[in-house]
Design a protein around this ligand. Structure first.
Ligand SMILES: [Zn+2]
Ligand SMILES: [Zn+2]
Length: 253
């Protein structure tokens, strides 16, 4: 939630941009995609990968300016979700009485692509590996392997023993691992089954998978900047190379 308490870490919902030498890939269309869209003024063909279709990951889509510019070609992908089509969910979000502009009326060229569970797929600029995550209605973790560098982004995941092996092997040796850490360990105890992890879970996975850098991602909207500073201090005692995700954070691999 944007406001005086979140000026440093930011208050928009999930959106991550990955740039490879061959192009741009956007992961999730939370409200963070709105400021990104303002910068995308030139016609472009790119992939938008939705980790899942919960509101905080798609609510920026109707306000994404490239949708309103002829010449943009946007390939939208999603996998690991309830038994509904990706296109029907995005359409529902934009139909009356929810929104005045219909999905079918957007000037950009849009394609909708279902990603088979656990399989890899190609988007303009990259090939992406996926893993099933533990989240209500399921979510997809993504991995980029480009020029010998490995980036893993796992958001909306509750770490449990059942997912230990698959998640750790998926993250093995990553140069950068960005992980869902909505809760403190104490808060997690009150939210078992809600589909999110604690920063302590993330530090455990990062150490077990021997990753080089850990990014704590998907902050609880009730955690302000000062709270996140305390999380950073505590988490770094468990895993030294830990960064807290914040709006506009730019990391180069
Ligand atoms: Zn979710
Ligand atoms: Zn979420």
């Amino acid at each position: 939630m944007p406001g005086p308490g979140t000026v440093r870490y930011g208050g928009n919902t999930s959106c991550v941009e990955v740039r490879t030498p061959r192009g741009r890939v956007i992961i999730d269309a939370g409200t963070g995609i709105i400021p990104l869209g303002r910068l995308m003024t030139q016609p472009e063909e790119f992939g938008l990968v939705l980790t899942h279709l919960h509101w905080d990951h798609i609510q920026g889509f109707p306000f994404f300016l490239p949708n309103y510019r002829k010449g943009h070609t946007i390939h939208v992908y999603s996998g690991h979700k309830a038994d509904v089509s990706l296109e029907s969910v995005l359409k529902g979000q934009m139909q009356e009485p929810n929104f005045p502009v219909n999905l079918g009326g957007l000037p950009a060229t849009l394609t909708f692509n279902e990603v088979p569970k656990g399989e890899s797929f190609s988007v303009p600029g990259a090939r992406i590996s996926t893993v099933k995550l533990n989240h209500p209605n399921e979510a997809t973790g993504v991995r980029f392997d480009v020029n010998g560098r490995r980036l893993v982004h796992l958001t909306d995941h509750e770490h449990t023993p059942e997912y230990e092996d698959s998640v750790i092997s998926f993250c093995e040796g990553a140069d950068l691992l960005s992980l869902d850490t909505m809760y403190t360990p104490e808060e997690y105890e009150k939210h078992v089954g809600w589909g999110h992890s604690s920063w302590l879970h993330a530090c455990h996975i990062a150490a077990a998978a021997r990753v080089k850098q850990l990014v704590l991602f998907h902050h609880d909207p009730n955690h302000d900047d000062e709270f996140m500073d305390r999380v950073a201090d505590t988490a770094r005692r468990e895993f030294a190379n830990t960064v807290i995700a914040r709006e506009g954070l730019d990391l180069e691999l």
